[in-house]
Ligand binder design. Sequence first.
Ligand code: GCU
Length: 428
Amino acid sequence: DLHSFPTRRSSDLHIAVKLIASEPPADTIAGIPVNYDESKVGVYTLPDPLTMTNGKKVKSAATWINKRRPELVKLFEEFQFGKAPGKPADLHFNLFDKGTPVFNGTAIRKQVTVYFTKDSADHKMDLLIYLPANTNKPAPLLLNVSFMPNSVMVEDAGIRPGYMWSRDGKRVPATTSAFRKFDVEKFIKNGIGVALVYYGDIEPDFKSGLPYGIRSQYLRGAEKPAADEWGAIAAWAWGLSRAMDYFETDKDIDAKKIAVTGASRLGKTVLWTGASDQRFAMVIASISGEGGAALSRRNFGETVAHITDTARYFYQFAPNYHSYSYKLNELPVDGHLLISLIAPRPLLLQTGNTDFWSDPKGEFLAAIAAEPVYKLFGKNGPGAIEFPAPGDTTLLNPLGYYMHDGGHTVLPSDYDIFIKYMLKYLFP
Ligand code: GCU
């Protein structure tokens, strides 16, 4: 399993892509067949986002917000991502870099350690923040959850060196290597701040990681989380909510204008972040695939059976999710319902046309199926169009879809689209 060991997994997504590329188009993964044939996706019926569990139809935005939405959030908690605790009473922040001019004075860097518990130095995350310098208004920003520690993600010698995970559950100093840096300045030039968080600061990303992450602090004597309790994705999402807790205290940041982004398993993570925490004003979910925006009921590429296999990513989800591997028609949730939980806030799904494992078409069909929820608020999704060609930028709607020409990655040109999208909807 190329992904069970994060330090080997990637020095960044770019490298990860090469590793992942060796998976598809294999015809089995973890001994489970993978279908890449459109004629074999099968027939499926999607649960209607606008029909309540009691059979009643949702006809207004108010009923959606007050009744249907909370009902769906509960279903996702119970059956897919798992219940997470709320904001910890002992949460506290140490702003150890209070504002250092960087990038030729165009930006101000801040660094904050977010402590999740009262005294344990093991449960904390470093938040790296860049804000445009030439403004006295609170800045909107893009929060990026990364596969690598902050000090590896950005070209800036002033970043406190981070740690990452070794195979035996030890934190080791972050290694730098050839990987694509996050282009912070591109955002700053457009008046947008950037914040970065390393997912491993919150919860490790490997099968035996439970004892080391934040979930270990909430076991209450149990050996592992219960069947409806949080997997690693919900833990990462929980950590992003703690970043939001910090943003709300910082007067230089406009906490009402925060977009959150991540790719792949972290694309799934940001979808759940936006779904479970409505303080996030926008979500940009890259190549989220199975367990993210793609339709699970559509048998193409990765399936629930693959992703929740105990040899693979079982630990990323509530254990309940696994029990639906072979009874998808009974699964109470699916990609289009996850998308609908972001409404009416802008959501951009970024995919790649050759990322077959993630099923870009399944994400597109999910967006179409979620559109009626956006319509309740007078907002558009993809509409009645055919599957777009790669590079088509006509679908940057409030429920937006953009597919690059390429595979399982975020291209530099995708970030231009993100900026365009943020400028359009976050602070027009
Ligand atoms: C694997 C996994 C995907 C996931 C991806 C990633 O390919 O099966 O569901 O999105 O890793 O995180 O890169």
